[in-house]
Design a protein around this ligand. Structure first.
Ligand SMILES: CC(C)(COP(=O)(O)OP(=O)(O)OC[C@H]1O[C@@H](n2cnc3c(N)ncnc32)[C@H](O)[C@@H]1OP(=O)(O)O)[C@@H](O)C(=O)NCCC(=O)NCCS
Length: 180
């Protein structure tokens, strides 16, 4: 666990802990705030507490069995960001799938950059087997996210047409890779 200042806010960066399974509400509020603002993430339906329980339980389980690394950013006892790398299975178990989201009000001050580099470093050290490639999916129009990913050394390797329904249109999706 570490505390770091972003903008004027002291943010705690940490891994999931057992008691998160008893504090589901703050995870639910975080993800639902992204759904509500129609952020460029895949999810577009609010979660229920029951779904959040399943999510947090599986997050704790995959952390225990070293198949997923997950970092949470907290401010004033609210979740304000998360990032993860999850290993694929079987013949693609050398590939880790990356995801990130930062809450509105906490963007543009370096938090995404920090969470992303930390979670990838942890993935290299702790996941079993050690990933050789990090892969991610992003809307082709998500300029902030693509900017962050390029800065982190990811390259666009494919553009898949019309994969994402967003604001009444079908958007292309980029697949981006970073070789470790
Ligand atoms: C994309 C996201 C993770 C970026 O996180 P962030 O904390 O705002 O980013 P940072 O402040 O660390 O900025 C890192 C880099 O990202 C890029 N970036 C961030 N905001 C940007 C913006 N508004 N426009 C263009 N580039 C931007 C820049 O390259 C920036 O580096 P710089 O500051 O040296 O220019 C965040 O905006 C977010 O969670 N958005 C909503 C959900 C989402 O889109 N998730 C990604 C789904 S694939």
């Amino acid at each position: 666990m570490e505390t770091k200042t972003f903008g004027d806010k002291k943010i705690i960066i940490r891994k999931p802990i057992k008691s998160d399974a008893k504090n589901l509400k703050k995870f639910q509020v975080f993800i639902n705030s992204l759904v509500e603002e129609e952020a460029m993430i895949l999810m577009n339906e609010k979660t229920t507490l029951k779904q959040e329980k399943e999510y947090v339980d599986s997050m704790l389980k995959s952390a225990r069995n070293k198949s997923k690394i997950y970092l949470v950013a907290e401010h004033d006892n609210k979740i304000v960001g998360n990032a993860s790398v999850e290993l694929e299975k079987w013949r693609t178990s050398h590939v880790g799938e990356f995801a990130i989201a930062i809450a509105d009000g906490y963007r543009g001050v370096g938090l995404g950059n920090h969470l992303m580099s930390e979670v990838i470093e942890l993935a290299k050290k702790e996941l079993k087997p050690k990933p050789k490639i990090i892969r991610l999916r992003v809307y082709s129009d998500n300029i902030p996210a693509i900017g962050l990913y390029k800065k982190m050394g990811f390259k666009i390797v494919a553009r898949i047409p019309k994969q994402i329904q967003y604001e009444g249109r079908l958007f292309d999706e980029f697949i981006m890779l970073k070789f470790l």
